[in-house]
Design a protein around this ligand. Sequence first.
Ligand SMILES: [Zn+2]
Length: 258
Amino acid sequence: MNRFKKRILLLGLVLAVAGITYYGYIRRSACIVQPKTYTKTIYSFLGAPGSGKGTLAEQLVKDLGFKVVSTGNLCREEIAQGTEKGKMIAEYTRSARLVPDEVISEMLENWLNQQKGDQPIILDGYPRTKEQAKILAHLLKTKFPDYRFRVISLDIDDFEKIVRRMAGRLVCENKQCQTTTHVSLLKEPNKFICEKCGSRLIRREDDREEIVRKRLADFVKNNNEIVAFYKEAGIPVESIDVSNATPESTLEAFKRII
Ligand SMILES: [Zn+2]
């Protein structure tokens, strides 16, 4: 090989190394200067019945202007509007069958498309199963990639606390009053009388101990599957310990992590 050829080869080598280094630099700096920007955040709460998900959602709507969407409400609206989908949902409901997950997902997609503004959104009671979690993750990834999806789990160390809390819940039977209280808060524990209106306090069918235990068992099964799916899909689950929380302290804990 003559000297000229050697020089050309050396020059080529230098250029190749410089090119690779520059490309790496561009890629790294692109990652640094352009973090993923989200236009909106969607929250999904995990938590056993009685963990205070509903109360937290209500507070976030009232105090921080969050929007909340419940798939149950979406179904009811669709039925009320008498759409084709509404008729189909009504048919499922009449025959006591579950509305297919795909139908729920379509309604959710339509609802999300109609939302203007950047207020955070709470998915109330959704997803409830691993299958729904999968469909939701796919929907957000494909149709709403600029939405940040955050999963918040309201954790309770001891389910007996939930059983005591729920099985002791009382509600005023006067439809105009509907005050709720707890058996441990009654001034006269033997008299189930509403302090506001004097009507009788009753226990909801759903709050009976055996029904609470059944709902907790169902929750544990579905929740474990959902959490396993999120882990597999790389979706972080953030926890708030609500074992001894009040609605106020749960709200404060939530505000600290957002
Ligand atoms: Zn009352």
